[in-house]
Design a protein around this ligand. Structure first.
Ligand SMILES: Nc1ncnc2c1ncn2[C@@H]1O[C@H](COP(=O)(O)OP(=O)(O)OP(=O)(O)O)[C@@H](O)[C@H]1O
Length: 660
């Protein structure tokens, strides 16, 4: 017969008391020390009920703010770890050095259970409150450990298995704790051996990513005992000044220094690094260490250590140069700025932009292809603004949006009184208006066949014949056409003229979907700045958790959808920062889908926080007299999104409120 939970808990309390009274058992020394601390220092009682403690909303935000730099760097690692352990029903927590969970990844369908057990955002896992547990005990002992079932001090937690590893900053101060936890696991603690290795591995990766980010401006010497692995493993990292003075080291690097009798002061170790030079460690001249030209063809160089004559292999990461143009750098062509602003460092965009820069003044028409919302019109404008035509008009026409009956006269213009309904004065068509400049034809695949024929003539002859006119007008045009359709497919179906296709496609420029772009962070920051400038208010900040959620979303609607999401968040956020909970729900994908800055109770019931002022969404609704479509249009969102958000914020239209 299996033991009931109550029996198990009673037995657990007895075990702890026996262990602490007796001469010591074969229990884990780390766990035993922790049990003793729980009783002697923190005055905890193993039998007392100890539900998880959550810090209030505001406090959680403060903790997240302080951990912001780390959260940004750790994001990819934490998510990768979660993907690895999710099939085994683990959740991932990242806590700060005080034990407050500042990031959480878990199955959102089990949210209630997560919250009940304390495996959730905002939970306080310090030993002082939670008793012996992986995070709290890791903070006290500064070592990776598993706290399995009845290792936990509190009987409340004995179903859990938790494994945690510390993340240290480059001076050896504890920065954070990485933890994976599960409710269901085999009885034996040995079942978690592999979990411990995985968590240690990711904690080290996060720590090293943080190190490289923080000391990217210095020389970083990477050492390893293996020549083959030094580039991959980068086990020991040392940040150095130009003269070889040691500035910082990762955890393994600090161990290496101690091992070579270059001691560092105390657990904090701050500033003591500078007492040492890399020459105290390696038997080499500074020039040999810091001049990468002296490294081998494989970019590796072997050194012996002074003290123990150990052979180490080194690679050198040179300081990141600042992006400002240096005097000796070749002068950049300022007219390229509009194109360059479209992307940061994305390989596909780099190719497209190099091509665009080369073609911007060529006398050929261009076809811009890409999914909807990828910025095709933006690209066309940037081409225009970086070309010699920039002082002439840029005329944009959406071939899909214009009614077929109007498109002909809009494009070609007409003579006075040339057809019923025509303006008596006549009208200059859009094509003629673009004379000397750029004509942008969006959704070219939607242009009716008959107009395609006329457009072809315009392009071939470089002249336009207004409706009802007898003589054509000469035009000097550069046409940039855009489409998200497969024009060749349309040609096969007989819906697009092949000769027009060749006329338009002097060269094509492909825009990658947003989800594939490596410069998403840049785009988010840039759009955000543009929107703030538009609003004339630059106070609002985009917090790290919101940024992480935006980076994790696949953006089926591409940059347009991102633009709308940011606009929505800016219009509806409370206070002067945007957090995950301010983003439209559909953008907050999978495991990140919880309003980060809310107390779990409020998040659970979906209720608005008491005591807040009127929500900006509510304000917009009032302004539009509860016309959902109008509000949706203003905020650039779908109606279902507005309804969902109203529901979440507990906003009820007046006609649906029941009077009490
Ligand atoms: N590189 C960029 N930087 C900043 N904003 C951009 C960029 N590219 C596009 N945008 C913004 O994204 C939105 C969509 O861009 P755009 O209209 O150019 O896309 P599109 O591909 O032409 O869309 P569609 O296929 O629907 O016509 C616009 O609000 C635009 O301002």
């Amino acid at each position: 017969m299996t033991m009931s939970t109550a029996q198990a808990q009673r037995q657990h309390v007895q075990t702890i008391l026996n262990a602490l009274e007796g001469p010591g058992t074969d229990e884990d020394a780390v766990i035993q020390r922790s049990w003793r601390r729980c009783i002697d220092r923190f005055g905890l009682d193993p039998a007392a009920p100890s539900p998880p403690r959550y810090v209030p909303d505001r406090t959680l935000r403060e903790h997240q703010d302080q951990a912001d730099a780390l959260l940004q760097v750790a994001r990819a690692g934490v998510e990768q770890l979660y993907r690895q352990v999710r099939p085994l029903d683990y959740v991932v927590l990242l806590t700060d050095a005080r034990g407050i969970a500042v990031q959480f990844l878990g199955d959102r369908h089990a949210q209630r259970e997560h919250q009940r057990t304390g495996l959730y955002l905002g939970a306080d896992w310090s030993e002082e409150h939670a008793g012996t547990c992986a995070v709290g005990t890791c903070i006290q002992e500064r070592v990776p450990l598993t706290c399995h079932h009845s290792d936990h001090f509190s009987a409340h937690h004995i179903r859990l298995t938790c494994t945690a590893a510390p993340v240290f900053d480059p001076h050896g101060q504890l920065l954070a704790v990485l933890d994976i936890s599960a409710y269901r696991s085999p009885e034996s603690k040995a079942s978690q051996t592999f979990a411990l290795q995985v968590v240690k591995h990711y904690a080290r990766m996060i720590e090293d990513a943080y190190f490289l980010q923080r000391y990217g401006g210095r020389h970083i010497l990477c050492l390893d005992r293996s020549r083959e692995f030094v580039q991959i493993n980068r086990r020991y990292l040392l940040a150095l000044e130009e003269d070889g003075t040691l500035v910082a080291a990762n955890t393994a690097g600090r161990k290496l220094l101690r091992h070579h009798e270059l001691p560092l002061a105390g657990p904090g170790e701050a500033r003591s690094f500078r007492a040492w030079n890399v020459q105290d460690l390696l038997d080499a001249e500074i020039g040999e260490v810091l001049d990468s030209h002296r490294y081998g063809e494989d970019r590796v160089r072997a050194f012996r250590t002074h003290r123990h004559h150990e052979l180490h292999f080194a690679t050198l990461l040179e300081p990141r140069r600042r992006r400002v143009a240096r005097d000796d750098a070749p002068r950049r062509d300022a007219s390229l700025a509009p194109l360059e602003a479209l992307a940061d460092d994305d390989p596909a965009m780099r190719d497209t932009l190099t091509r665009a820069a080369r073609l911007r003044n060529e006398p050929i028409n261009l076809l811009v292809v890409g999914e909807t919302g990828t910025g095709k019109e933006r690209m066309a404008r940037a081409l225009h603004e970086s070309s010699r035509r920039r002082d002439k008009p840029f005329v944009a026409i959406n071939c899909a949006a214009m009614p077929e009956s109007l498109i002909e006269s809009e494009l070609f213009g007409h003579e006075p009184g040339s057809f019923t309904g025509a303006r008596s004065k006549g009208m200059k068509g859009l094509i003629a208006q673009a004379d000397g400049g750029t004509l942008f034809l969006d959704e070219i695949g939607d242009m009716p066949l008959q107009l395609q024929t006329r457009l072809l003539r315009v392009l071939a002859e470089q002249e336009v014949l207004p409706i009802g006119a007898s003589r054509p007008i000469k035009v000097d045009l550069r046409v940039v056409a855009a489409t998200h359709r497969d024009l060749r497919g349309l040609i096969d179906l007989g819906r697009f003229r092949e000769d027009l296709f060749y006329r338009l496609n002097g060269a094509s420029l492909r825009l990658p979907p947003l989800r594939e772009r490596a410069d998403q962070g840049y785009l988010i920051r840039r759009l955000f700045e543009e929107l703030q400038a538009e609003r004339g208010d630059r106070r609002v900040r985009l917090r790290g958790d919101a940024m992480s959620a935006l980076l994790a979303y696949p953006w089926p609607g591409n940059i347009r959808e991102l633009h709308n999401a940011l606009r929505f968040a800016l219009a509806t956020c409370e206070g002067d920062e945007i957090v995950v909970g301010d983003l439209p729900e559909e953008c907050v994908s999978g495991h990140l889908a919880h309003p980060a800055a809310r107390s779990p109770a409020a998040a659970e019931t979906g209720q608005a926080r008491p005591g807040r002022g009127e929500d900006p969404l509510e304000e917009a609704l009032r302004r539009h007299r509860w016309n959902i479509s109008a509000v949706a249009r203003e905020l650039g969102l779908s109606r279902p999104t507005i309804y969902r958000r109203m529901k979440r914020l507990g906003i009820i239209p007046p006609n649906q409120q029941t009077s009490t």
